[in-house]
Design a protein around this ligand. Structure first.
Ligand SMILES: Nc1ncnc2c1ncn2[C@@H]1O[C@H](COP(=O)(O)OP(=O)(O)OP(=O)(O)O)[C@@H](O)[C@H]1O
Ligand SMILES: [Mg+2]
Length: 253
């Protein structure tokens, strides 16, 4: 059996009285796209925060490509190949779209602007290579025209696409996408699905948090349903969506 890219073993996390992860066991494997669904506040983003190191776990183990990473900070996990997008986007408004991508592989998206600006200046000769890679990622999401402009010149949905391109700058094999389709409209919807499928086919383990159930259904062959910090069921998206019990948990009684 091949080793999963991400493996969670008995992961627990609470914020005061709020349990966001309760004995979570999960494996994300290369080439597969797993959907992470559940109602608002279920703990989906928190799980991404735990895996990426944005927050520390109370108990349990997080493995990246077989390595225990509980004590590693975000940027170290990024260097081990873990990349993510953020539900609230987090592009740097004072950097061009191209520079937002160029600083991404070295410094984890979301780190301090000062560090990123320093890195952008210190890149030197590497810059041309990174710029080329950045243009290729922008091309995947059909946003090359945005390269020399600033993120806030674009709609929320377009910024989502740019933030996906930024996540793809990390050429590692773990990719966590927090609501990638929210706000994305029109033809970008289909191209986004193609991009994510392509990344999985190229060998990444992909986990997608999404409230758009039809998107998850079309994209993921397998899904995990979270509620109050617990994984309450796993299965095909069709099975989970068909469950009356889960529908009640999702929408309330
Ligand atoms: N840093 C934090 N400190 C305190 N509480 C937090 C923190 N992060 C998340 N929470 C709480 O944990 C719970 C789970 O939040 P989380 O963002 O993981 O949910 P979610 O499943 O992503 O929801 P949504 O679908 O609305 O994005 C919520 O009640 C939230 O308020
Ligand atoms: Mg969330």
């Amino acid at each position: 059996m091949t080793q999963p890219v991400v493996r969670l073993d008995g992961l627990c996390k609470s914020f005061g009285g709020i349990v966001v992860a309760q004995d979570i066991h999960l494996a994300l494997e290369a080439g597969r796209i797993v959907g992470l669904i559940g109602p608002n506040g279920a703990g989906k983003t928190s799980l991404f925060n735990l895996i990426s190191g944005a927050v520390g776990a109370d108990a349990g183990a997080i493995y990246l490509n077989g390595r225990l990473v509980n004590r590693l900070p975000m940027h170290a996990r990024a260097r081990l190949g873990l990349s993510r997008t953020w539900q609230n986007i987090r592009l740097f408004p004072s950097l061009t779209v191209l520079d937002n991508l160029i600083v991404a592989p070295r410094l984890y998206a979301g780190e301090s602007i000062v560090k990123c600006l320093f890195a952008a200046g210190a890149l030197g000769r590497q810059r041309a290579t990174l710029a080329e890679r950045a243009m290729a990622q922008l091309a995947k999401v059909r946003m090359t025209h945005a390269a020399s402009r600033y993120p806030t010149e674009f709609s929320y949905g377009k910024q989502k696409l740019i933030s996906l391109a930024r996540a793809l700058m990390n050429d590692g094999n773990g990719l966590l996408l927090d609501e990638p389709i929210a706000g994305v409209e029109g033809p970008a919807y289909d191209s986004l699905m193609e991009v994510i499928r392509g990344e999985a086919a190229a060998g990444r383990a992909v986990c997608v948090v999404e409230h758009n159930v039809s998107f998850v259904k079309d994209l993921c062959d397998w899904a995990v349903f979270m509620f109050q910090g617990r994984i309450v069921r796993t299965g095909t998206v069709a099975d989970l969506v068909a469950s009356e019990e889960l529908t009640e948990l999702y929408f309330g009684r």
